[in-house]
Design a protein around this ligand. Structure first.
Ligand code: NI
Length: 187
């Protein structure tokens, strides 16, 4: 599978609102969207991310892949099985929020402390076009909020409330990661 180029912050597509995926095209015989999904999964794994949104690979589509396996370097984070989300939308945000450290393949060298809702409800379609509703909490809720933000032209910096809590990864690991138990990775 060819790996896809990852858009870095500053690319205009990262600031655009993505288009809905046509559910008929999702399973069209030409297989174009299915191939894109496969290539996004490979790219996410190769880049060591726990999620990837289509705008990050220069496709303005409402498409997200996520996966977190405990064998990888996010040892503090719970497992998230490989999930493909087509046209995801957050239907409910819980009022309680928590702060967590986030990274992003499009801002690869940065880590920032971001407030997110602890619990959310997400509706989406799987890659076969079946409608799914998921009530997510904890790390899964954070990953989903981060990735769905990409579909609205947002990155984690936009959600930060305290920019003193922004660091390059080398300094983050030197001063912060070793001193507290944190969940962190390139979402
Ligand atoms: Ni990201």
């Amino acid at each position: 599978m060819p790996l896809l180029q990852v858009a870095k912050l500053g690319e205009p597509i990262l600031r655009q609102t993505s288009q809905l995926v046509n559910l008929i095209a999702l399973n069209s015989p030409d297989g174009k969207i299915q191939l894109l999904i496969d290539n996004m999964i490979d790219t996410m794994r190769e880049e060591g991310g726990v999620g990837l949104a289509a705008p990050q690979v220069f496709q303005s589509l409402r498409l997200v892949v996520i996966e977190c396996l405990s064998s990888e370097r996010y040892s503090e984070a719970p497992d998230i099985p490989l999930t493909v989300l087509v046209n995801p939308s957050i239907k409910h945000y819980g009022v309680d929020t928590a702060l967590g450290w986030e990274g992003c393949l499009s801002l690869k060298d940065l880590r920032g402390l971001v407030p997110r809702s602890k619990k959310i409800t997400v509706e989406y379609f799987d890659r076969e076009g079946n409608p799914i509703t998921v009530n997510a909490e904890g790390f899964l809720a954070v990953v989903l909020q981060h990735e769905i933000d990409h579909l609205h032209g947002k990155v984690f910096l936009d959600r930060m409330t305290d920019f003193s809590q922004l660091a390059y990864i080398e300094e983050f690991e030197k001063y912060i990661a070793n001193k507290e138990t944190v969940e962190s990775g390139s979402i």
